[in-house]
Design a protein around this ligand. Sequence first.
Ligand SMILES: NC(=O)c1ccc[n+]([C@@H]2O[C@H](COP(=O)([O-])OP(=O)(O)OC[C@H]3O[C@@H](n4cnc5c(N)ncnc54)[C@H](O)[C@@H]3O)[C@@H](O)[C@H]2O)c1
Ligand SMILES: [Zn+2]
Length: 367
Amino acid sequence: MKILVTGGCGFIGSHLIDALVLSGHEVISFDRDEPPKWQNSGAVYIKGNVCDNLDSLMAHKFDVIYHLAAEVGSGLSMANPYIFSHANSLGTTNLIQAMRKCGKYAIFIVASSACVYGEASYICKSHGRQFPDLRPVSQLQKGQWEVKCPECGEDMQADGIEENRILNPASIYGITKLEQEVTSLLLGRTWDFPCVAYRFFGVFGPRQSLGNPYTGVLALFATRVFAGLPIVHYEDGGQNKSYIHIDDVIRSMLIPLENEAAYGKAFNIGSEEPVTIRGIAERLVAKINPNIEITTIGKFRASDTRHMWPNIDYARKIMKWKPDISFEQGMDSLIEWMGGLPSSAIKDSVSFFEKAEKYAKSYGLEV
Ligand SMILES: NC(=O)c1ccc[n+]([C@@H]2O[C@H](COP(=O)([O-])OP(=O)(O)OC[C@H]3O[C@@H](n4cnc5c(N)ncnc54)[C@H](O)[C@@H]3O)[C@@H](O)[C@H]2O)c1
Ligand SMILES: [Zn+2]
């Protein structure tokens, strides 16, 4: 098949291209960045922006389009909403309209995100299932970390997020991911092309961005341990988050090429086994450098969700997909890759993160 991957120079895109080339497909990688050194030589690279005129790109008349190109990062999106809506929301309509104009519809696969949900799903002992907003700053200032029931104010128990719950993004990034997803699915239904949306939950593994704050604590903590710096975490470290290895994600993304059952639907793609932030820090320190100190400064970021992991029953049922790689195995693969990086790459990532933090702070925000 002839396949386009937008954002093909990124973390997920580059792994996807490797898998597609390996399966014998003809692949074009479209990205505004220069190809990184790991870019698969079996794919053709075209430099460009998804917001520009795409007529010559679409003249290839693709059978499948994976739309991964996006501005990423919840905190950063609050510092510059325009850039995010332009690239993500407008970029998606532009791409789909260019596809229509070229006269051939492709199977259209769009990358959405767990950020479409906002805070996780919870259960109150007295009031049942709840979909609360982010915790109020006044609560966090008291050091009360757990999410409280909007009805009775009692602490609630987090639960795996299901696809069909209320969507309540808590950042401009989340809003644009939701818009990308619903726009693609709606136009797919209306114009009659197959479309599948993937709501990714914390993807990790080799090649992931280490300095971008959106990358999640796993990579940020690992970078600090490799740099010999202490890990400082927010709240009490009891935040439950889940991470899914890139290889499991890529396997899920190949399914719509062979199975029509996924068409017209949005799926959670993530791990159902949450780990605490403190637990992640402890495991990384034990595996990489036991001399590194882990401390909490009791601080918080108002934009953080407390807990976050998916229920993946829908993907299991419709796509017959589930993750195969345990968190432990995935961590080993990340650590092995990071261990092979030059120390300058680790140093650059630490300073990139600090720069992003300063940039967000200059807007009165957190990364
Ligand atoms: N990695 C995760 O954990 C995760 C989680 C949820 C959703 N996602 C989504 O998956 C997709 C891929 O994520 P990733 O982790 O590989 O990110 P990434 O930043 O590594 O890759 C994104 C790529 O898109 C390119 N890009 C950005 N704007 C562009 C534009 N206007 N025109 C052309 N190219 C552009 C960038 O140059 C980059 O190479 C994104 O849509 C992201 O929102 C990722
Ligand atoms: Zn209650």
